[in-house]
Design a binder for this molecule. Structure first.
Ligand code: MTE
Ligand code: MO
Length: 252
């Protein structure tokens, strides 16, 4: 790996990524200890001539790009750079924001998970929390820096016994919005099940009772007012995805 490991969760993601690599030879190559003979076994390329070696290296590099994409961290900022007021955006006006009742709220969990119990807000708040100051980028041409706090989503997925080899996580929101992400994005160390904004309970306009905050994805992939989460191998699409957007940032 060219990336130094800077974050405890990042180490977990690296382990996770290696776990996904089926061939022990591939794993050894990434650890930097694979021989030329091993390289030919791994890629199925004849590396005795330069063209073969080139092809083999290209295959490895493509794989590395994927691994790097999983590990790429979005920049973080000091609190002094937070945009105030942080903009509101949705497919409707601010006076139509859904009002969710905190006491009766239950987060539903379904699909490829071991524990399907529905979560109260108190239970979610009792999980270990972290926060981050990152830039939110909207396809409509604006961006803003904000501070979100909550549960690292990878930790939540492990806690509910999600099948981490499944392909997608789908989100259903209480305003008829819906979206989905792939598992590598779900396990990214900066993907947060956010319960707070700027140190306060997440306000209604920013997605009370919770939103998924991902600085590595465009704004519309960050669902607010999450009501239900499901783990699946069938691509669930999304409100904007189904209209042709793919959800990647310009570096993706
Ligand atoms: N439930 C829900 N989530 C949503 C949306 C929405 O309309 N409904 N809009 C998305 C878009 S396009 C953006 S830019 C952000 C805006 O989040 P903000 O209001 O916190 O700035 O929410 C995203 N998540
Ligand atoms: Mo957006």
């Amino acid at each position: 790996m060219r990336n130094p490991i800077r974050h405890p969760d990042q180490a977990a993601v690296v382990k996770e990524a290696f776990g996904r690599i089926d061939s022990p030879a591939r794993r050894r190559f990434l650890m930097g200890s694979l021989t030329l003979g091993g390289l030919s076994l791994l890629t199925g390329c004849d590396v005795t001539d330069s063209k073969g070696a080139e092809t083999a290296l290209e295959r490895i590099s493509r794989f590395n790009d994927q691994a790097q994409a999983w590990l790429r961290l979005a920049p973080t900022y000091p609190d002094s750079m937070i945009t105030r007021p942080f903009p509101f955006n949705a497919f409707y006006a601010e006076d139509q924001v859904p009002r969710v009742d905190a006491d009766s709220f239950r987060l539903e969990v379904s699909g490829l998970v071991a524990d399907r119990h529905a979560w109260t807000l108190a239970e979610l708040r009792a999980l270990p929390q972290t926060d981050q100051v990152t830039r939110h980028i909207c396809v409509e041409g604006w961006s803003a820096i904000g501070k979100w706090g909550g549960v690292p989503f990878a930790r939540f997925l492990k806690r509910i016994g999600a099948d981490l080899s499944a392909r997608y996580i789908g989100f259903q929101c209480s305003d008829d919005y819906y979206t989905s992400i792939d598992m590598p994005t779900a396990l990214h160390p900066q993907t947060l099940l956010a319960l707070t904004y700027d140190g306060e309970t997440l306000p209604a306009r920013y997605g009370f009772p919770m939103k998924l905050r991902m600085p590595t994805k465009l704004g519309y992939k960050n669902p607010k007012h999450i009501q239900a989460i499901f783990v699946t191998n069938t691509y669930p699409g999304g409100y904007w995805e189904d209209q042709g957007y793919n959800g990647c940032d310009p570096n993706c």
